[in-house]
Design a binder for this molecule. Structure first.
Ligand code: PMP
Length: 428
């Protein structure tokens, strides 16, 4: 960074933008599952898939759709008819499994969750909501108010009355020693206990697998068990699919589907890589919930023709190339490979994952104590080796996060695992 981009960044942008790496990276271009930095170094990208790029960097199908649309028109999508928006909404409504679904497009996951909360609180006439401990839902005033992960919720003031439920983190705390069955039962008891002492909440919002929280692994069925309790009390269930949607978890298209019985949530929210770099977020809700607002609402940039064209091209690619199946196959192989690699590394407490959403929890060897310094060291070492990964976790950032674009192939998975194995060994 010859022009001191970092110094300029620090002098003009907020301190709370948390840059990765002692020497932060400027990524200048990408192709497929690889990116290059401003020094010309090439990296295998095991993190961008959960951020911006669901399928592949610079996917020609998306690039073409975006540039053609940019040369044609980008105009308000909420005041005039917009063919691309209708088409993408139809596709997502159908994929969601939510009966009589309506879709509202936003520009981010934060705004999608904001909208879901607006709808839930208006529909149920209650500003009490349930959220999960350790959750992350965004950084607007209301989505920070339902973010249980303190490291990411910079204010404790909130327009909502939020109550936090157990079920996110399993690796430590009073529930750590329980098997799946007892864990679910204990979490359901916790939920019932909370409900016995509060005004009727509008909704429970939850990530099926906590993303920023470190790719946690709730037992299958947890949210179905919650659902029964919620259903009896007319409390809505909002599934935040911002990280778990679009087949990333391999077995399922949406994260909630791992929880089986009980059917789809009342609302789901999505964002991130669906636009493969263009800003798309949104809410899918049953019509009676979506239509409960009695005033008009618009979004200037939600659903613009250019973002919708990107989303359609990207979704078509995902479905035509069965990237969900790819996530299942390549992700399954990668998680096994990483488990084998981690077996000889005492700092690794757990390798967990579904599809191409894999977390590696690091603790001080032989203890339950989170080790954020070890996570940072592995991140640096992996970068040295030519691999970008992410980190996350509960109140301490001690989990490594692996979420490549969904088109990752076996050779790349093998290459990334070898780099990560060396990084884990060299730092422990
Ligand atoms: N929900 C979840 C589960 C997320 O992981 C994120 C982003 N990390 C958000 C919501 C917020 O999305 P955005 O950054 O697009 O506002």
């Amino acid at each position: 960074m010859t022009d001191d981009l970092l110094g300029r960044h620090r002098s003009v942008l907020p301190d709370w933008l948390a840059l990765y790496y002692e020497e932060p990276l400027e990524i200048t271009h990408g192709e497929g599952r690889h990116v290059w930095d401003s020094h010309g170094n090439r990296y295998l990208d095991f993190f961008g898939g959960i951020l911006t790029t669901m399928t592949a960097h610079a996917l020609p199908e998306v690039t073409k759709a975006v540039s053609e649309q940019a040369g044609r028109i980008v105009h308000s999508s909420t005041l005039y008819l917009n063919r691309q928006m209708v088409e993408l909404a139809e596709r997502i409504a159908q994929l969601s499994d939510i009966p009589d679904a309506r879709v509202f497009f936003t520009t981010s996951g934060t705004e999608a969750n904001d909208t879901a909360l607006l709808l839930a609180t208006a529909y149920r006439r209650s500003n009490t909501v349930l959220a999960m401990r350790n959750s992350y839902h965004g950084r607007s005033f209301s989505s920070v108010g339902i973010t249980g992960n303190r490291g990411w919720s910079p204010t404790s003031l909130s327009p909502l009355q939020t109550l936090y439920v157990h079920g996110g983190v399993r690796t430590r705390g009073p529930f750590a020693e329980l098997d799946d069955y007892d864990f679910v039962a204990a979490c359901v008891d916790d939920l019932k206990d909370i409900l016995g002492h509060t005004r009727p909440p509008a909704a429970l919002i939850a990530e099926p697998i906590q993303g920023v929280g470190g790719f946690t692994s709730p037992p299958d069925g947890l949210y179905a068990a919650f659902r029964e309790v919620l259903h009896e009390r007319d409390i809505l269930w909002i599934s935040d699919e911002v990280q778990t949607g679009w087949g990333r978890t391999g077995e399922h298209f949406w994260g909630w589907q791992a929880h089986g019985r009980g059917g789809p949530p009342d609302m789901l929210t999505f964002a991130k890589g669906i636009g493969n770099g263009m800003s798309i977020g949104g809410v899918v809700a049953r019509a009676e919930i979506m239509n409960c607002l009695d005033a008009n609402s618009i979004s200037t940039f939600g659903g613009t023709q250019i973002t919708m064209a990107a989303g359609l091209a990207n979704l078509n690619y995902l479905l035509e190339h069965d990237l969900q199946g790819n996530a299942r196959r390549v992700g399954g192989m990668l998680v096994e490979r990483l488990r084998a690699a981690a077996a000889g590394v005492p700092a690794v407490r757990e390798v967990r994952g579904r599809g191409l959403m894999i977390g590696i929890e690091l603790t001080k060897p032989g203890t339950d104590e989170a080790d954020p310094a070890a996570a940072s060291a592995v991140l640096e070492a992996a970068r040295e080796g030519g691999l970008l990964i992410g980190k996350g976790g509960g109140h301490d950032t001690s989990a490594l996060r692996i979420a490549p674009p969904l088109s990752l192939n076996v050779a790349e998975a093998e290459e990334g695992a070898a780099i990560l194995e060396r990084a884990l060994r060299s730092t422990s």
